[in-house]
Write a protein that binds this ligand. Structure first.
Ligand code: 5GP
Length: 174
């Protein structure tokens, strides 16, 4: 079956501009303190690269992978950590870099998982947010763009592992 890709929702230029704005906000909020950036694999890698270049604080980076097993279109709430952090985050300011918050189930689980490791703080920076889909009580501290209920692709986000390399955000028409 051939996928129908929709129009461009956000260009690379728009995303980079937003990363710069959020980077400034983050630098101000953390007041020169070091930040431990945790990228959620795999969708957030492109956004992570943009964000880390725009945060002037001392930055460490790490990666985590969670997978949720849903029944149908709604996640069941069962989230599995497939790849955990390499480093020790105790006493550190953790900033989760996420691609998209949909139901929020994955992220709320991830946040709790990281909080158990004794960090000083855990905040969330997401490229995209679909607030109308939220089930879990979780809110990003920094959001690139809020969108309607579309299945978005590109800029790291996939559809069946395809389209991650698109240098813009689009969606699959369904
Ligand atoms: P949640 O637990 O918030 O429902 O799901 C979050 C994860 O589902 C995201 O990190 C992402 O991997 C995937 N996801 C949710 N919505 C979309 C979407 O519109 N496009 C893509 N490519 N992935 C999505």
């Amino acid at each position: 079956m051939i996928d129908t890709v929709g129009r461009v929702l956000f260009t690379e230029e728009q995303i980079i501009k937003r990363a710069r704005e959020l980077g400034r906000e983050i630098a101000e909020d953390y007041n020169g303190e070091p930040i431990y950036m945790v990228c959620t694999l795999r969708g957030a890698v492109v956004w992570m690269a943009d964000m880390m270049k725009n945060i002037p604080n001392d930055v460490e980076i790490d990666f985590i992978m969670a997978s949720s097993y849903g029944s149908g279109t709604i996640s069941s709430g069962s989230v599995n950590i497939k790849k955990d952090l390499e480093g020790d985050i105790s006493g550190k300011n953790v900033l989760i870099i996420e691609d998209i918050v949909d139901t929020g189930i994955t992220l709320s689980h991830l946040k709790k998982h990281l909080e158990k490791k004794g960090p000083k703080s855990v905040k969330i920076c997401t490229l995209l947010d679909k607030p109308s889909r939220r089930i879990a009580d979780v809110k990003a501290d920094y959001t690139g763009f809020s969108i309607d209920n579309l299945f978005v692709i590109g800029y790291g986000l996939d559809y069946d592992q395809k389209y991650r390399n698109l240098p813009y955000i689009s969606y699959i028409e369904g």
